[in-house]
Structure formats: C-alpha cells, structure tokens
Design a protein around this ligand. Structure first.
Ligand SMILES: Cc1cc2nc3c(=O)[nH]c(=O)nc-3n(C[C@H](O)[C@H](O)[C@H](O)COP(=O)(O)O)c2cc1C
Length: 187
C-alpha cells in the first residue's frame, strides 16, 4: 500500500472530508476506531482529526502510534468550528501534541459542521451554557445555532501535497555522483 488516510471524528464531518479525499486521490480512508491494515509499507500518511473542547480527538491514538509515523511524511488535517486562520488552533495543537510531532507534521486546518440535533440531548444545554460564557460572539452563535462550513474545495492543499508525494515516489532516483561507472560503459 502506497499511502493511507486515517481519520478520527465523532459526528461525521471528518469522515466526510476523508471520503472526499479518497474520491479525489484514490487513497483508501480508514476510521481509526476500526481495525487498520498493515501500514508498514506506506510511503506517506494523511491523518484527520476533529477538535472537541480544544483538543484533537485522535490525541491518545497518535501518541500510541507515533513510532510508526515519525519516519514518514505525514500530513495532519483538523476539522473544527474555529476558522482555519484563528490562532486558537495552533495554541490547541501546541498544548496537546509533542514538539517532535509539531515539527514533523504538515498541517492543514479545515472547517466542519455541527448539527445540534445530532448531539445527545444532555450536550445541547451544556453547549448553550458554554455559549453564554464565551466572550467571542461568533463562537457563541456557533454553539447556540450549529453551523455547516463543509467545503470540498478546501481539500485542495491536501490533494496537492499528496500529488507531490505520489510524483516523487515514482520519479527515478538520481544516481549518486560517487558511483563508479561500469567498465563496459566507459568511453
Ligand atoms: C461538544 C463539542 C465541542 C466542540 N468543541 C470545539 C472546540 O473546542 N473548538 C472548535 O473549533 N470546535 C469545536 N467543536 C466543533 C467541532 O470541531 C466540529 O463540529 C467538527 O466538525 C466535528 O467533527 P466531526 O463531525 O468529525 O465529529 C465542538 C463540537 C462539539 C459537539
């Protein structure tokens, strides 16, 4: 297997992005809660994680599995209500991932969806309470009303990153300068 997309979400938007990526690139997507295939032969990986309460939902899994990712190119996409350019996202990643992970991962933040009717009944009043306590009016509105920012086009930087990896995997490797020229080829 050349590569894999591994994702962790709760309410379907991270899964939707992973499936779109699978359609766009032909690389298979797997939910990390289910049994995964052998990843040892993969040349690169794409990891997707939703953000819940300021933390990436795949955090424990990532720490448990980091050893098999640290020597390969890995792109991480997060899916959140917070806008991709908001500094909170970097703050949350700094809080929850290790410096080695942060240095190694190519990061692309995406925006997701929150359908309040999909949530368990006890979570809705808690979100309304949190909305009253938050200072950011836009964030409060998102918590009160839900949102849908799903955007297939926002996957473009990830598709380009994958394409570059695929091209470099099949490109002929340059011959090292020090390699002696076989005698029969010498002029
Ligand atoms: C209980 C709860 C807490 C959330 N906390 C955050 C948060 O701290 N920051 C944020 O940007 N989005 C937050 N969100 C929004 C989710 O990141 C967003 O809905 C995302 O699309 C969920 O991905 P999923 O559908 O794959 O589970 C929260 C959503 C829920 C339901």
């Amino acid at each position: 297997m050349e590569a894999a997309i591994l994702y962790s979400g709760k309410y379907g938007s991270t899964e939707q992005y992973a499936q779109w990526l699978q359609e766009l690139t032909g690389i298979a997507a797997y939910d990390i809660r289910k049994p995964l295939p052998d990843l040892s032969a993969t040349e690169f990986l794409v990891l997707g994680s939703s953000i819940i309460l300021g933390a990436p939902t795949f955090k424990k899994w990532l720490f448990r599995n980091w050893e098999q990712f640290r020597k390969k190119p890995v792109l991480l996409f997060t899916v959140s209500g917070t806008a991709p350019d908001h500094p909170n996202l970097i703050t949350w990643l700094n809080l929850h991932l290790s410096p080695e992970m942060l240095a190694h991962l190519k990061y692309v933040p995406l925006r997701g969806r929150l359908d309040l009717m999909q949530l368990p009944w006890w979570l809705r009043p808690l979100l309304r309470l949190a909305a009253r306590m938050t200072k950011d009016p836009e964030e409060a509105q998102r918590m009160r009303e839900g949102f849908d920012y799903m955007d297939r086009d926002s996957l473009q930087p990830i598709v380009e990153w994958i394409f570059l990896r695929q091209v470099s995997a099949i490109a002929p490797k340059p011959v090292p300068a020090s390699r002696p020229i076989p005698e029969h080829l010498e002029i």
